[in-house]
Each structure stands twice: as structure tokens, then as C-alpha cells.
Ligand binder design. Structure first.
Ligand code: GTP
Length: 596
């Protein structure tokens, strides 16, 4: 297809504003999927995505569309809407010439509307403002068209109105895409360069890589190079998705499609990388390749220790399709054998955990999420700490933690309570704007550790669910942080060590000590539970000793009953963990970690 007949666009929206529904409607109207074969949310292939109604992996579909008797090829590039996947969003945006900014006509602008809009503006993309769900009785198109128009700097009459559900306005929107978005630019005679904007593992075909060709032409059977690694592969197949993969004789500038090289791991075909020809290829890669960096770490342990090999195999499998997933074995005195796993953010953590439990039938316990700290020791050595229990001993000069820029949008009556929350989470206000009389955008700098802890839950509960949040990691700062250990009879319990701000250490210690006291059964002797910073004890509870031992109940008479009891006790011991001389059922640790 010549470039003047191609339009590449994406739809960006806040979660639940109806992106997938609109995309489905477009597939249907362009005849790519017929009404009978249409299943809800065609683009969201993974079961878990469909159930949770979120888009994790981006995809691209080519759709034919006629305007004024001329045939065009529209490439719709689906983007993940969630903050954890910002890098994938920005790569998808880089593959487009324009973006549809979709806003729910009953909700108005939300935090991810802004976050995604800013990303699109950074990519210099023209924006088509669209109100969705105009069929809803609660829709207030006049009000929100004004809000949206002001945001993108157009007249309210230029805001399109559609319903993905009924299809109203969607054909006009497709015409508008053709008429107003620019055609791609690229050089047909230059050495070929294509940008990878997604990479998906498929059991039958290996890795399927989604690309946008910028210059030149790519043809089947030629040798290609991944420019970030220099790795060469044979191009086994190249084609377009419409909506199933259709092999073609090649892809030219401006075109969007897929390629298959036979590699088995998405890490060999990385989002953001440039693909070129092995012979007379390009020498300069396209801008913008970054390795996804885990921001949040958590220990994952099987509740049944014998599941450890299953967990290892399951992680190996997920990794084939998730370049951001990162893990290494971890051993804990409290929880046994498991893995320290790195995630992009909390949603990523939740998704991985749910997939492990559901697809591999695992029962898992995860330790409190932790961010990565940079510790400078008194002698100048630098240590990166991803696990509080690995915190170095010795004199510390400085600890730095990641900080993030958070954008929060709330109805104005909640501004006070949100500010209070951000204050207790060590936030500093960077700016505040009224989007309308009732809605306010607050910008805060917040430590990432505070956000991953329970910020989102608290924000939602304090605003009756009305607040929306978006954040991205923007740098690091030095902070007065300390490591708090929980000790059972003087022995640290690794899974409960935490790095917290000095002002909150006491609170954490008292709370954890109280929790453990209630969960750990009494022993033959008194057991102190302490919270400590280094050698300084900051909180203490006692588990009182048992007064009688098990056998005293038996009055000496019945021997078989005595044996039974002893056997039962042995049974129970198997699942006991020894912390020093204290025996703790694993359940107690699990309960202490899972209850909030
Ligand atoms: P993510 O993929 O998580 O970003 O969500 P989304 O933006 O794709 O939203 P989705 O298409 O899943 O729609 C969210 C909800 O809104 C679903 O319950 C849809 O049925 C509903 N919905 C979407 N479009 C419309 C519409 O035009 N009218 C009405 N009434 N409901 C809609």
C-alpha cells in the first residue's frame, strides 16, 4: 500500500472509558470481523484480560476503509491503558501518526486520560478528541465536550461524539481519521528500518513480533538484525493482522504488521528495538529503546513447599511472554524456598500472581512489595537493595529511594482529604489545576515506596472511589530510612523485615509485633517478640508460656491415647518453621503477611 493510502492511529483512554468496545465496533464496521464471529473484546486475547476488562498487551489490526471512493488501509494499534505499562504505550504511540483520545461522556477526564495525552503530545501526535458512551442516560456530552475541548485546545463543536456500544458516530470517526490524520513519512529506497512495538509468545509459532516499518522494505526469507543486540535471524514470515495473521510478500514504509523469526523468547525481540536487514542494513537505530526496569520486588513462595519446582517452571513459562518479568531464587527461614520477583508495578505483580495461581494451580504467599534502594556506606561502597533482609550491616551514610510524579484527579470536595493522605505519605504538592468547577487535578511528588504500599486503596476509600491516579517514576531522593527487623526470641524473621521512614518505624514495629503475638501459638517457654532498628529495640510483646504440656491431660493411664497425641503433634511439626528454638506454624507467617 502506498503511504498516502495508509493511516496509523491508536486509541488512548482511561481504564473503562470503552476503548476495547470501540475497537471491536471498528473491526465490525470495516468488515474485518463479521457480526456473527464477533466476540466481545476481540482484541483482548488473554482470558485474564477479558475477565478483568483490562488490556495488557498491545496489538495491531489492519482495516480497509473507503472514503470518497478511495480505499485506505487503517492500522489500529491497541495500547495498554495502565501506568505499569507506560513504556509499551509510548512505543505504540511512536508507531502512529495520530491518536483518538477517548473520554467517557458520563465521567469526563481522568488521570490516565491526561497521562496518555501527555505521552501522545511528547510524540507530537495530532489528537482527535472523542466523547464515548453518548447512549448512556447519565452522559453529559455538553459539559464534558467543553472540558475536553479546553484540554486539547479546540472548539467544543470539534469534539466528536460516539457510542462504541450502539455504533453511533463510529463511521464518521473513521472518515475523520482518514481526512485529518497525516499519512506516514518514510524513504522507500533507504535501508530498511522497522520499530518493534510489541512482541508476543505463541506456543505454536514462537515469538510473533509487531513492527512498524519506517524506511525501506522487508521481505520474507531475508536475514535481519536486531540492532540492540546484533543478533541475526532469518525472516520466516512477514504479514499483516486483519484480524488473523495474513502472510504478505513484504512490508514497505508506513506499514504495520508482524514478523516471525523462530525465536522462542520475547527478550530476543524487544519492544523499542530496531530491526534492519543483515545485508546493506541501516547503521543508525531508531530513537527510543529502553530495557523495562522492575520497580517493585516481592518474594513469592509456594504455600506447599513441594510446589517449588512447579513455581520455577511456571515463572520460566511466563517469562517467554513477559520481557519485564525478572526473578531469582530466594530462601526464607519463615517461608522456605521461593523466588524474589521484580515487577513493573503493582498491577503487574497482581497479574503475574493471579496467572501463576490460576494457570498453574499454585497456592502462593507474597511478601510485602518493596522498591529498590540505593545505599551508600560510610566507606563509600554503593549497595543496591531489592530485599529488605539483604540490607547491609555496618555504618550507612545515605539511603536513596525512587520517587514518582503522581497525578490525581478528584471531585473538588475531596481535595482536602487527598492532600491529607498525600501529606502522610510524604508527598509534596507540585501543582493544582481546576479542570472544571467540580474537578481538580493535583500533582504530587511521592516516594514510590509509599505508592506501592497501600496508597491506591486508601485514595479510593477516602474519595468514595472517585479519585483516579496515575504515576511514573521520575528519579530518586535521599531519605531518612531505616530497616526494621522483627525478632522472635532474639532471632530475626526475614520475611518481616521492612525498610521504612524513621517516623513510621515505631508504628510498623508495634503493629507487626501485635499481629505476630496473636498468630503464634504459645510455647513451653515465654517468647519475646521485638521490633528492632539495628540493636535498638523499639517495640516489644510477649507470648506467655504454656502452663501444662500436652501429655499432662492424659493422667498417665491410657497408653494408646498418649501415643496418638504424640503422633498428632509430630504431624503438626512437619509444617512448623523453627526460628531459633521457637516453633511457628507456617500458617502464622502466612496470616501475618496476608492480613492488612
Ligand atoms: P481497558 O481495556 O481496561 O482500558 O478498558 P476499556 O477502555 O477497553 O473499556 P471497555 O471497552 O472494556 O468498556 C468498559 C465498560 O464500558 C464495559 O462494561 C462496556 O460494556 C462499557 N461500554 C463501552 N462502550 C460503551 C458505550 O458506548 N456505551 C455504553 N453504555 N457502555 C459502554
Amino acid at each position: 500500500t502506498p503511504m498516502e493510502r495508509i493511516r496509523n492511529f491508536c486509541i488512548i483512554a482511561h481504564i473503562d472509558h470503552g476503548k476495547s468496545t470501540l475497537a471491536d465496533r471498528m473491526l465490525q464496521l470495516t468488515g474485518v470481523v463479521d457480526a456473527r464471529a464477533m466476540r466481545a473484546q476481540y482484541l483482548d486475547r488473554m482470558d485474564i484480560e477479558r475477565e478483568r476488562g483490562i488490556t495488557v498487551k498491545s496489538q495491531a489490526v489492519r482495516m480497509p476503509w473507503q472514503v470518497d471512493g478511495v480505499n485506505y488501509a487503517l492500522n489500529m494499534i491497541d495500547t495498554p491503558g495502565h501506568v505499569d505499562f507506560t513504556y509499551e504505550v509510548s512505543r505504540s504511540l511512536a508507531a502512529c501518526e495520530g491518536a483518538i483520545l477517548l473520554v467517557d461522556a458520563a465521567q469526563g477526564i481522568e488521570a490516565q486520560t491526561l497521562a496518555n495525552l501527555y505521552l501522545a503530545m511528547e510524540n507530537d501526535l495530532p489528537i482527535i478528541p472523542v466523547l464515548n458512551k453518548i447512549d448512556l442516560p447519565a452522559a453529559d456530552p455538553e459539559k464534558y465536550a467543553a472540558e475536553l475541548a479546553q484540554l486539547v485546545g479546540v472548539d467544543p463543536s470539534e469534539v466528536l461524539r460516539v457510542s462504541g456500544k450502539t455504533g453511533a458516530g463510529v463511521e464518521e470517526l473513521l472518515d475523520h481519521v482518514v481526512r485529518t490524520l497525516p499519512e506516514p513519512v518514510g524513504e522507500i529506497d533507504a535501508p530498511c528500518r522497522a520499530m518493534i512495538f510489541d512482541s508476543v509468545y505463541d506456543t505454536y509459532r514462537g515469538v510473533v513480533t509487531y513492527v512498524r516499518v519506517i524506511d525501506g522494505r522487508m521481505t520474507p526469507r531475508e536475514k535481519i538484525v536486531m540492532m540492540s543486540t546484533g543478533a541475526q535471524h532469518e525472516l520466516l514470515e512477514i504479514g499483516v493482522i486483519s484480524p488473523e495473521p495474513i502472510p504478505t510478500k513484504g512490508l514497505g514504509p508506513g506499514e504495520v504488521g508482524y514478523l516471525i523469526t523462530g525465536v522462542k523468547d520475547v527478550r530476543q525481540s524487544k519492544v523499542g528495538d530496531t530491526v534492519t536487514a543483515a545485508v546493506r542494513g541501516a547503521t543508525e537505530a531508531l530513537a527510543g529503546y529502553a530495557d523495562p526496569k522492575p520497580m517493585v520486588y516481592s518474594g513469592l513462595f509456594p504455600i506447599d513447599g513441594s510446589d517449588y519446582p512447579i513455581l520455577r517452571d511456571a515463572l520460566d513459562k511466563l517469562k517467554l511472554n513477559d520481557a519485564a518479568l525478572n526473578y531469582e531464587p530466594e530462601t526464607s527461614t519463615a517461608l522456605g524456598f521461593g523466588f524474589r520477583v521484580g515487577f513493573l508495578g503493582l498491577l503487574h505483580l497482581e497479574i503475574v500472581r493471579e496467572r501463576l495461581e490460576r494457570e498453574f494451580n499454585l497456592d502462593l504467599i507474597s511478601t510485602a512489595p518493596s522498591v529498590v534502594y540505593q545505599v551508600t556506606m560510610e566507606d563509600g561502597t554503593e549497595v543496591e537493595v531489592m530485599n529488605p533482609s539483604d540490607f547491609p550491616t555496618g555504618k550507612v551514610r545515605e539511603i536513596r529511594e525512587p520517587v514518582s510524579r503522581g497525578t490525581i484527579i478528584v471531585p473538588s470536595e475531596f481535595v482536602g482529604t487527598v492532600m491529607e493522605l498525600c501529606q502522610t505519605k510524604r508527598g509534596s504538592l507540585q501543582g493544582m489545576d481546576y479542570l472544571s468547577e467540580e474537578r481538580v487535578e493535583l500533582r504530587y511528588q511521592l516516594p514510590l515506596a509509599e505508592i506501592v504500599f497501600d496508597f491506591f486503596d486508601q485514595l479510593k476509600s477516602r474519595t468514595k472511589g472517585y479519585a483516579s491516579l496515575d504515576y511514573d517514576v521520575s528519579g530518586e531522593q535521599a531519605a531518612d530510612l531505616v530497616k526494621v527487623d522483627m525478632l522472635l526470641q532474639g532471632e530475626p524473621v526475614d520475611a518481616f523485615s521492612a525498610i521504612v521512614h524513621r517516623d513510621k518505624a515505631y508504628h510498623y514495629g508495634v503493629e507487626m509485633a501485635g499481629k505476630l503475638k496473636n498468630l503464634i501459638p504459645r510455647q513451653q517457654f515465654e517468647v519475646p517478640i521485638q521490633a528492632a532498628i539495628g540493636s535498638r529495640i523499639i517495640a516489644r510483646e510477649n507470648i506467655r508460656a504454656l502452663r501444662k504440656d500436652v501429655l499432662s491431660k492424659c493422667y498417665g493411664g491410657d497408653i494408646s491415647r498418649k501415643r496418638k497425641l504424640l503422633e498428632k503433634q509430630k504431624e503438626g511439626k512437619k509444617r512448623m518453621k523453627n526460628i531459633g528454638s521457637v516453633e511457628v506454624p507456617q500458617e502464622a507467617f502466612i496470616a501475618a503477611l496476608s492480613s492488612d
